[in-house]
Design a protein around this ligand. Structure first.
Ligand code: ZN
Length: 154
């Protein structure tokens, strides 16, 4: 269970990101991108990455339309991924996926500040219908990183 005060803080963070998404728009000079679709809710996002030769994510942006949770999650993800290696990004994704599914998450090697940010989304685990909204951007990031171009939560 989440502490009620924390829950309120988390809701504020999510609302803020949903209303004022960070890194929103098309990324000039992107060298990887993918489209993600969550048919259950109708969320659609496109994630753009600029990855250097060492697999470092120099820049990440997203655009699309969706519910507040899907947009907030994408916005928070772009902040977390900027400057990380692709492999570090995927480790964050794994931690996040287990967190929102209410499973024991592995946070080994995850930075503490990053963990705080991820935890803000963890309340979604109480709303199983919204889990796919929250994870859509991350699946789309993984597809872009792998050169798959399309991701779906189904
Ligand atoms: Zn949604």
């Amino acid at each position: 269970m989440i502490d009620p005060e924390l829950r309120e803080l988390y809701q504020e963070i999510i609302l803020d990101h949903g209303r004022h998404p960070r890194h929103f728009g098309q990324l000039e000079g992107a060298n990887r991108e993918a489209d993600g679709h969550n048919p259950l809710c109708g969320d659609k996002v496109r994630v753009y990455l600029r990855v250097d030769n060492d697999d470092k994510i120099e820049d990440v942006m997203f655009d699309g339309r969706g519910c507040a949770i899907s947009i907030a999650s994408a916005s928070m993800m772009t902040e977390l991924l900027t400057g990380k290696n692709v492999s570090e990004g995927k480790a964050l994704m794994d931690a996040f996926l287990s967190m929102v599914k209410g499973e024991d998450a592995c946070f080994e090697g995850v930075d503490e500040d990053d963990l705080d940010q991820l935890q803000a989304m963890s309340g979604v685990s109480e709303f199983p219908m919204r889990v796919k909204c929250a994870t859509l951007a991350w699946h789309t990031f993984a597809a872009a990183a792998d050169g798959t171009q399309e991701a779906t939560t189904e």
